[in-house]
Design a protein around this ligand. Structure first.
Ligand SMILES: Cc1ncc(COP(=O)(O)O)c(C=O)c1O
Length: 434
């Protein structure tokens, strides 16, 4: 590899002239190389990565086992299109996903390329299986950037601005968030009101929910809500879709976040951490629902790429063999302890609402401890200060007020502590001069 250093600023100018403005990037940096939880930019500066490619790198950058599985696959074939000639890694991955599906009974899997595509297909399958068209999603939800997934997404800025022509038959109810005073009772009451005002349950194909909201702010769906939705879906023949694209594959200390609630969904959408940095997504579902679609109705040229499948099979091995479920809990505990200490410290940016499951954790930057009013500009300033110190951390939430941690679960503990110390420095208020 060439050791030539290129200025981020120069690459930034070329990017501005060549890349569509609508694609934004959280940092002004350009990547040169990466390993586990560290990433080096084009100028050779090292960063600790608490973003993990937006939750993709649960097994870290370039895990040796993933790299070796991919290399081996590259030596055999890179593409056939599963519709032209099938291959064993796709079948083996489907078998393994079916075996770990968070519901009892026979399962089937469909492999795709991106998260939005997985959500599109889950909705399509639910529509075919029920013969109905309406879909219900939640405020603050993020399900993707394609037209259908955007209409399921419950956040206008920046995702939906300028897109007024919506896909029909999507309804939204409030996601319960304790610190915003939205209770489970209110969410379920809104659903009941929807059924009286706008749409009968018998016209609803699916309800889609993130067991832990990702882009919306790492709000955990209370088990009581999931149980309520399960009961209602079973009563009315509605398909319950768990979108585990951000929360899945060990991040929360379970393979799927919904397992924390004991509720069994009908379909599960997966992507991101599934393939350790390679583009792969899927829908895992009850066989009785999945198999309603006629042959040819599902698929895509690149869906279930053999390279992605090889990577995903290695990821599943790593999760088991490196104890990543337990590691997620240990990492989550360390982050919680550190943040609890920071929260009480003087001369620190006011933070509140630490939340999440396992290592899927976030907190808000607020204007002051008493009002807890969200401070998006404050959170952005903290992320920028962290970057100056060498830590990549992302914001999210309704007002961008949330700092979320999506660190690789394979991070060395010393590096985690080092990253948390950088976060602490970034949260320290600049000392006022007298
Ligand atoms: C919960 C959830 N669903 C769907 C998506 C869309 O996935 P993709 O960006 O791969 O299309 C995301 C991406 O962040 C997500 O977090």
């Amino acid at each position: 590899m060439s050791a030539e250093k290129i200025l981020n600023l120069d690459l930034g100018s070329r990017r501005a002239a060549a890349v569509a403005r609508g694609v934004s990037t959280a940092t002004p940096l350009f990547a040169a190389r990466a390993s586990n939880a560290e990433i080096w930019d084009s100028e050779g500066r090292r960063y600790i990565d608490f973003a993990g490619g937006i939750g993709v790198l649960a097994t870290g950058h370039r895990h040796p086992r993933v790299m070796s599985a991919v290399r081996d696959q590259l030596e055999h074939f890179t593409h056939t299109a599963f519709q032209v000639m099938a291959y064993e890694p796709y079948v083996r991955l489907a078998e393994r996903l079916n075996a770990v599906a968070p519901f009892k009974g026979p399962a089937r899997s469909l492999l795709l390329t991106t998260g939005a595509e997985a959500v599109e297909n889950a909705v399509k399958i639910a529509r075919v299986a029920t013969g109905r068209s309406a879909v219900i999603s939640f405020s603050g939800a993020f399900h993707g950037r394609t037209q259908l997934t955007l209409s399921l997404t419950g956040k206008l800025m920046p995702y939906k601005r300028g897109l007024t022509g919506g896909v029909q038959d999507v309804f939204r109810i409030p996601f319960p968030v304790e610190h915003r005073s939205v209770s489970v009772g209110q969410s379920l009451a809104a659903l009941d009101a929807l059924f009286h005002a706008d749409i009968e349950p018998a016209q609803v194909a699916a309800i889609i929910i993130e067991p832990v909201q990702g882009e919306g702010g790492f709000h955990v769906a209370p088990p009581q809500l999931l149980r309520g939705l399960r009961a209602l879906c079973s009563r009315h023949g509605i398909v319950l879709i768990a979108d585990e694209i951000q929360s899945g594959f060990a991040r929360t200390g379970r393979l799927f976040a919904i397992e924390h609630s004991g509720v069994e969904p009908d379909l599960v959408t997966v992507a991101k951490a599934l393939a350790g940095g390679f583009p792969l997504a899927g829908v895992i579902g009850r066989a009785s629902i999945m198999d309603c679609v006629e042959p040819g109705g599902l698929g895509g040229t690149y869906g279930g790429s053999p390279v992605g499948c090889a990577a995903a099979l290695a990821v599943l091995d790593i999760i088991e063999e490196e104890g990543l479920l337990e590691r997620a809990e240990i990492i989550g505990g360390a982050i919680r302890a550190h943040l609890a200490r920071i929260a009480g410290a003087e001369q620190t940016v006011p933070i509140a609402n630490l939340r999440g499951l396992g290592a899927m954790l976030a907190f808000d930057v607020v204007k002051d401890a008493a009002s807890r009013e969200p401070d998006g500009a404050g959170a952005r300033a903290v992320a920028a200060r962290a970057l100056e110190r060498g830590l990549i951390v992302l914001t999210c939430g309704a007002h961008g007020e949330t700092l979320r941690i999506l660190v690789p679960l394979t991070i060395q503990y010393e590096l985690l502590e080092h990253g948390l110390a950088m976060l602490e420095q970034a949260l320290r208020l600049p000392l006022r001069r007298s």
